[in-house]
Design a protein around this ligand. Structure first.
Ligand SMILES: Cc1cc2nc3c(=O)[nH]c(=O)nc-3n(C[C@H](O)[C@H](O)[C@H](O)COP(=O)(O)O)c2cc1C
Length: 316
C-alpha cells in the first residue's frame, strides 16, 4: 500500500517558499483541492497534503510582493542571512510563533475538510521549522532558542496545533532532516546532528505526530551516493528502533531489491520516492508487472531546476 504526499502547501502568504507552490492559507482553495482529492481517490490511491512555512530559504519570484517589504516580510528564528537566498528574515516574536502554529492547525483542518487522507508538517529541508532546530539559524535566547527542547518548541507546537485541529485518529506526518542542511551528522560544525534530530522525532510523536518521514540534505547526498544506495537508511533504522510509530525513509531508492531488504531488516514502514516517479510515473506498476529493472533516474537535477518539472529521460 502507498500514498501520495503532495509538494509543500504554504500555510500563510508570507510563508510562500517558491513560485508556483501550492497554498492552503484560506478557504479559496477548497473546491480545487476537493477535485484533486476526488480524482486521486477515484483511482484508488491516498493523498496527504504537506504543509510548510518557507522562511528565509524561500525563492522569491521577480514579481513577488514580498520584495517590497522589510525582511521580505518573512519570519525567521533570528536575523541570520541565508547562505543561498541572502534573505535576512525578521526575528519572530513568541506571539507570532503561537499565531504561526495556529496557521498550521487551520491549514490542516482545511485539508481534512477537503478529504485529504492526512497532512504532513514539513520540519525539514531548511524551511522555517527546521531552521528553528538548527543553531546555525536559531540564535535566540528565549523559550524558542538555546537548548534542543527550546529549539524544537515551534515544531512541537505546530504538531500540537495540527493534532488539535484534526482530532485523534487523523494521520499527521512530520518530515524531519537526519541532520540539518549543513550535512554534518555529528553536529560538530554547529548544526543539528543526528542524535539531536532523533530526539526531536520522539518529541514530535509525543506532541501528536502519528508517522515520521526521515529525509535530509538530499542534494548533497545525491551527489555522494552510489547508484541505488538510499541516502538516509541508517538514520531511518535508528529512528524506527526508538519510536513506536511508522517511519518512512525518503531519498535515493532506485532498486526494488534494495528497498525490499531495508523494509525487511530496518524496522521501517515504507520508503518515499520522488525523482524516480517524475522520471517514470509508471515505475511501481512496472515493478508490479514483474519488470524489476531499477529506476532509470540518474538524479541529474533537471526536474528541480526548471518550471514544469522536466525530465530528459521521461518517455526517452
Ligand atoms: C522537483 C522536486 C520537488 C520537490 N518538492 C518537495 C516538496 O515540496 N516537499 C518535500 O518535502 N520534498 C520535496 N522534494 C524532495 C523529495 O521529497 C525527496 O526528498 C528528494 O527528491 C529525494 O528523494 P529521491 O531521491 O526519491 O528523489 C522535491 C524534489 C524534487 C526533485
Amino acid at each position: 500500500m502507498g500514498a501520495i504526499v503532495t509538494g509543500y502547501a504554504y500555510v500563510r502568504p508570507d510563508g510562500k517558499p517558491s513560485e508556483g507552490a501550492l497554498g492552503m492559507y484560506d478557504d479559496s482553495f477548497l473546491d480545487d483541492y476537493r477535485a484533486l482529492v476526488d480524482a486521486v481517490h477515484a483511482r484508488g490511491a491516498s493523498i496527504v497534503l504537506q504543509l510548510v512555512y518557507g522562511g528565509s530559504k524561500s525563492k522569491l519570484g521577480p514579481d513577488d510582493p514580498r520584495r517590497q517589504l522589510p525582511h521580505a516580510g518573512i519570519l525567521g528564528a533570528s536575523p541570520v542571512e541565508h547562505p543561498k537566498t541572502h534573505l535576512v528574515p525578521r526575528e519572530a516574536s513568541p506571539h507570532e510563533l503561537v499565531e504561526l502554529a495556529r496557521a498550521f492547525g487551520a491549514a490542516a483542518a482545511r485539508a481534512k475538510a477537503c478529504g485529504f487522507d492526512g497532512v504532513e508538517v514539513h520540519v525539514a529541508h531548511g524551511y522555517l521549522l527546521s531552521q528553528f532546530l538548527s543553531p546555525l539559524f536559531n540564535e535566540r535566547s528565549d523559550e524558542y532558542g538555546g537548548d534542543l527542547r527550546n529549539r524544537a518548541r515551534l515544531a512541537v507546537e505546530c504538531i500540537r496545533a495540527v493534532r488539535a485541529a484534526v482530532g485523534e485518529e487523523y494521520p499527521v506526518l512530520a518530515k524531519v532532516n537526519s541532520c540539518d542542511d549543513a550535512g554534518d551528522p555529528t553536529g560538530a560544525k554547529g548544526g543539528l546532528g543526528e542524535e539531536e534530530s532523533a530526539q526531536v522525532c520522539g518529541w514530535l510523536v509525543e506532541a501528536g505526530a502519528s508517522c515520521i518521514e526521515v529525509t535530509g540534505d538530499w542534494h548533497a547526498a545525491s551527489s555522494r551516493a552510489q547508484d541505488g544506495e538510499p541516502y538516509f537508511a541508517r538514520f531511518g533504522a535508528r529512528v524506527a528502533r526508538r519510536l513506536d510509530v511508522p517511519v518512512i525513509v525518503t531519498g535515493g531508492w532506485r532498486d526494488y531489491d534494495v528497498i525490499e531488504a531495508h523494509l525487511a531488516n530496518d524496522g521501517i514502514a515504507a520508503v518515499g520516492m520522488s525523482r524516480p516517479l517524475i522520471c517514470e510515473p509508471d515505475l511501481l506498476a512496472r515493478w508490479k508487472s514483474g519488470d524489476m529493472r531499477p529506476s532509470i533516474c540518474i538524479a541529474c537535477g533537471a526536474c528541480q531546476k526548471s518550471p514544469g518539472i522536466p525530465c530528459p529521460l521521461r518517455n526517452a
